[in-house]
Design a protein around this ligand. Structure first.
Ligand SMILES: [Zn+2]
Length: 277
């Protein structure tokens, strides 16, 4: 575990017991982007989302400074440089927290963010992006057949849109990822997608696959395995704790997933030790 007050190399390893990894609040960790020292003005570049700015409030103790600085998400200026971003992680890494913090920063500056989330998660047809640390925002819902380019263009006719945020981006169709790419390319609005990279079988989600292929900026949001290593994989568990290795890719129950490092994921799903003939 290496928390630093001033350096750019930050590798928090908040070792939580296995049973606490779902419920306990994690410190979201954004993969190192440009040095935070280089991002004195969080609006100066679109490349500093989630990684920008020196810690504020130096009287705070070092760990709190680190957390706040991680959450001080930048607001890329709407410009000819609008980009398509994909921030990906395993489960419970703090993706929604970072998204909501970034959207808040836009509003704080008098700008208008547009939030979307998958209809797969919508209880009662109401769009809501919520974080495990207790914050939430209403969001537009997108279904499999929605054209997000047209939807965002309609919003643009009502008023300016400074940034588009998409949660649960793993559920986007490849076509929808291209629609979002057009939003950045042709409407000149930055689009920030947050989602899982792989499912419990270790397979890419369709939306994540397309985003990894064509997004301008890829960022990994880190969380950790029980061993302290970076968790990049997720396992699905039954209510009684058994690891499931088969089933549908899409399940909206977040609580049945645990993030593990690749080594422990292979063991959890029974791929190791390798069985002989
Ligand atoms: Zn591990």
């Amino acid at each position: 575990m290496a928390l630093s007050c001033g350096g750019p190399t930050i590798t928090p390893a908040l070792a939580l017991p296995h049973s606490a990894r779902i419920a306990a609040p994690h410190v979201p960790n954004v993969a190192p982007g440009p040095s935070w020292k280089a991002a004195a003005n969080p609006r100066s570049t679109a490349d500093n989302v989630g990684t920008s700015g020196r810690p504020f409030g130096w009287p705070f103790f070092c760990g709190a400074q680190w957390l706040f600085s991680r959450l001080r998400v930048g607001t890329p200026a709407q410009s000819a440089m609008a980009k398509l971003y994909f921030s990906y992680a395993a489960m419970n890494a703090g993706k929604s927290t970072l998204l909501l913090q970034a959207a808040y920063n836009y509003r704080e500056r008098g700008m208008r963010p547009l939030l979307y989330t998958s209809a797969l998660y919508a209880a009662g047809g109401v769009g809501l992006i919520s974080s495990r640390i207790g914050i939430a925002e209403p969001a537009e819902l997108y279904g499999a057949d929605d054209d997000l380019y047209l939807s965002i263009r309609d919003h643009l006719e009502e008023g300016k849109v400074d940034c588009v945020f998409v949660d649960e981006a793993q559920f986007l169709s490849p076509d929808q990822v291209w629609q979002l790419a057009r939003v950045s390319d042709r409407l000149k609005i930055p689009v920030m997608c947050f989602g899982l990279r792989t499912d419990f079988r270790g397979q890419l989600f369709p939306g994540s696959s397309e985003l990894l292929a064509i997004a301008d900026v890829l960022r990994e949001i880190r969380t950790i395995c029980e061993c302290g290593a970076k968790a990049t994989m997720v396992v699905r568990q039954s209510p009684d704790g058994r690891v499931l290795v088969e089933g549908e890719q899409v399940s909206i129950e977040k609580s049945v997933y645990v993030s593990l490092c690749r080594k422990h994921w292979e063991e959890a799903v029974g791929r190791w030790p390798v069985k002989g003939p």
